[in-house]
Design a protein. Structure first.
Length: 383
């Protein structure tokens, strides 16, 4: 009985102790909640989280539009006008100098020096010019304007280095090949080689960047200036007959570089953006092809110097000068068509390439057929 009564006595303090613990715990919880509420009230208000910033739009250069057939025709007509001016300038220059000298042998020396400068410029700068008219519009057609600028910069430096080298070489070696050439003419033929070389690839750069109208204006203005300088030299006792071409081609190069500043104002890609081996291989093949075609016409003057008399060289040079304007149409179509086809190929428009080829081929056959029929009507024995 005493044991049974002892159990409640032993359990009473435990229950009283548990109540105290529970009360203390609730007091601590209430105090912690009060502290947390006070801290929350004193905490500065956090600004609302801004929405994620949208990236700024990147300006993408628009892809130039591919030339339609009418644009190619207009470009071809402008090119034809420019090349006609080239032929007329050379024809007028040769006629005036020949009439002034009245000596086939002396005039033969002038035509020989022009032929040497022209053939030498075909060794490297002509290949650079062909590469510019292909790769610049090709990358522009694909929308890679920075790569097109990089191609121009690479080829321009290559062509400029070749122009300087061949200009110096021609100026030093020509007196050994043509003993009658003095110091004045040696300097002039070296300068002519340099300026004609830079003229060749800067002209192709204008076509590559689709500046045909600007090229035509520049060609016409420098052509008129060349004739005026020729007349001015003929009324003086000085006989630097190559100077008009040196000044004309030099001013053309300066004008072309000024025009191309606007096209080179944007971003320029690194040289690794295009295949340099492909470009250099194309330059080499273009040089070989140009030497075999255009070089054949002017190279015959050099052969005439080796195997003929000085007077015969003069007559032959006059004949070549007269023939030059007759070979303008294929060159005009080539200058206008080749960059347009490269542009279309870069844009992946194979249908445009076929259309351009068809238009140019039909136009070439039509005009040449008309010309050949007119020539046959002039033959003796035909009505």
């Amino acid at each position: 009985m005493s044991d049974t009564m002892a159990k409640p006595a032993s359990g009473g303090p435990k229950k009283a102790e548990s109540r105290k613990t529970k009360k203390a715990r609730k007091t601590q919880e209430a105090k912690a909640a009060a502290d947390a509420l006070a801290a929350r009230r004193n905490r500065p208000v956090r600004p609302p989280t801004p929405p994620p910033a949208t990236p700024e739009p990147v300006e993408v250069e628009p892809i130039p539009q591919i030339k339609p057939g009418r644009a190619i025709v207009s470009s071809g007509l402008l090119t034809m006008l420019a090349l006609v001016s080239i032929g007329l300038v050379r024809l007028v220059h040769g006629s005036l100098v020949n009439h002034h000298l009245a000596n086939p042998a002396k005039y033969g020396t002038v035509t020989l020096l022009i032929a040497i400068a022209t053939v030498t410029s075909l060794a490297l700068p002509a290949g650079v010019a062909s590469a510019m008219s292909k790769f610049i519009p090709y990358h522009r057609g694909s929308g890679a304007e920075p790569t097109a600028r990089s191609v121009y910069r690479f080829l321009s430096r290559l062509g400029l280095a070749g122009s300087v080298f061949f200009g110096i070489a021609v100026g030093l070696l020509t007196p050994l090949f043509v003993p009658e050439v003095g110091v004045r003419d040696a300097i002039l033929v070296g300068l002519l080689t340099f300026t004609f070389s830079t003229y060749s690839f800067d002209k192709s750069a204008l076509y590559g960047f689709d500046r045909v109208a600007s090229y035509t204006k520049l060609e016409l203005s420098t052509g008129v200036l060349t004739i005026l300088i020729t007349i001015a030299i003929l009324v003086t006792p000085w006989q630097g007959y190559l100077l008009p071409f040196v000044v004309g081609y030099g001013l053309f190069t300066l004008g072309a570089r000024m025009l191309l500043r606007a096209n080179m104002a944007g971003e320029v890609a690194p040289v690794s953006a295009f295949d340099r081996r492909e470009v250099i291989a194309f330059v080499a093949l273009a040089c070989a092809g140009t030497l075999a075609s255009t070089g054949f016409l002017y190279g015959t003057n050099i052969l005439a110097k080796i195997f003929s008399t000085p007077a015969a060289v003069g007559y032959f040079g006059a004949a070549v000068t007269l023939v030059q304007p007759m070979n303008l149409l294929p060159r005009a179509l080539n200058l206008a068509l080749f960059p347009a086809m490269a542009h279309a190929q870069g844009a992946g428009d194979t249908d445009a390439v076929r259309r351009h080829t068809d238009i140019s081929t039909r136009a070439l056959f039509f005009v040449l057929a008309r010309r050949s029929s007119r020539r046959r009507s002039w033959w003796p024995g035909r009505s």
